[in-house]
Ligand binder design. Structure first.
Ligand code: NI
Length: 388
């Protein structure tokens, strides 16, 4: 392109939609209003088919190109859900629901994909089918998996799937991605330590779960520093330590909560195994009882080589060669687009949000200047993958 006049003009129509979504944030699968707005807009734009209720509250729009001969089908995905955060931007279009906020820019992702759908349905300058996917529950509810399990890929014949997330700190108009693992697998753990409570003046008669837990917190650091290859990536963080409530009592139990993040499935399995061994070993050494519960979160978001090369090519045409990072460092956050990449080949890219507050911060705001950039990427991707 870069950004053509039609997309620049459409972006002005899309901005108020983004602000409307921002004012009405909804959480997880409870995105009825948002999904309703999305479905209505897709119908207004003249999509050939609009299907609601996929993966509970997901929405899909189908746009056929002018020539329908190639039979190729490309999926483009956005997420619709917000976060349980009290917004502190003070903007005119700030959240009207205290305690809920679009603090990850999913309002922007939804708006950019709506804008692209509007352009593609109007111009149809491609040979094949574009499927626009709007998923619920990215923030911890695995809405992407719910849509895949609901038959998303088979039902619409999707051959390849692409995703995009905004990135604070990356300049407006820039893109970044990488082949292979781009975001981490994230698993959570709960460690319940049961000791023997008693009088703080008679520690010899107790099994102190705070001492046991403290040693565990220290020892768990050795998974990353002494067990995982230093050239591999792993995070093990204890994020909560709850025990006791006064000065003169040794409590009966302690609870540790935390997260494990990895970029390889072998490392994921290995770190979970070491966590169990270390926690059980330390509990045994102190005659405490330990109950460990590990929960698998989102898997690694792993880009496919060929589709990543293609995404980079498209991004370069939109942004210019020097504004695209084709080999960024992976991020230890997680994404449930990972489930779509397990189902079909594809690529996930980051689009610059400029110098904004960070994601999930109460002062975060999606930058409207990124709207035409993301819209152009989606449009160009469809027109290049399925040339008319
Ligand atoms: Ni997000």
């Amino acid at each position: 392109m870069p950004i053509n006049n039609r997309i620049a003009a459409l972006a002005e129509n899309i901005k108020p939609i983004r602000h409307d979504l921002h004012m009405h944030p909804e959480l997880l699968y409870d995105v009825e209003r948002t999904a309703g707005v999305v479905a209505q807009k897709l119908r207004d734009y003249g999509c050939d088919e609009v299907v609601t209720g996929i993966g509970r509250t997901g929405v899909v729009g189908v746009i056929k190109g002018r020539k329908g001969s190639s039979g190729k089908v490309i999926g483009l995905r956005a997420d619709m859900d917000a976060l349980p955060i009290l917004e502190a931007t003070g903007l005119p279009h700030a959240s009207q629901t205290p305690g809920k906020m679009h603090a990850c820019g999913h309002d922007g992702h939804t708006a950019m994909l709506l804008g692209a759908a509007s352009y593609l349905a109007e111009t149809r300058n491609f040979d094949g089918t574009a499927v626009v996917i709007f998923q619920p529950a990215e923030e911890g509810g695995a809405g992407g998996r719910a849509m895949v399990e609901d038959g998303l890929m088979e039902r619409f014949g999707i051959a390849e799937v692409y995703g995009m997330h905004n990135a604070p700190g990356l300049p407006i108009g820039a893109f970044a991605t990488r082949k292979g693992p781009i975001m981490a697998a994230t698993d959570s753990f709960d460690i319940l330590i049961e000791g023997r409570g008693g009088h703080a003046a008679k520690p010899h008669e107790t099994i102190d779960p705070i001492v046991v837990g403290s040693q565990m917190v220290s020892a768990l650091q050795s998974i990353v520093s002494r067990n995982v290859d230093p050239l591999d990536s792993c995070v093990v963080s204890v994020t909560a330590f709850n025990a006791g409530n006064t000065h003169n009592v040794i409590p009966q139990s302690a609870m540790l909560l935390g997260t494990i993040r990895t970029l390889k499935s072998e490392t994921r399995v290995f770190a979970q195994k070491r966590l169990r061994e270390i926690a059980e070993g330390i509990a045994n050494a102190h005659q405490a009882k330990v109950t460990i519960s590990l929960k698998d979160g989102y898997p690694v978001t792993a880009n496919h080589d060929q589709q990543t090369d293609f995404a980079v090519k498209v991004a370069r045409e939109v942004a210019g060669t020097d504004r695209v990072m084709p080999n960024m460092e992976p991020v230890m956050g997680a994404e449930d687009f990972s489930y779509m990449l397990l189902a079909r080949p594809g690529a996930f890219v980051f689009v610059g949000n400029g110098d904004s507050a960070g994601l999930h911060h109460p002062a975060y705001e999606f930058n409207d200047d990124a709207l035409p950039v993301g819209m152009s990427y989606w449009a160009k991707l469809v027109e290049t993958a399925m040339p008319a």
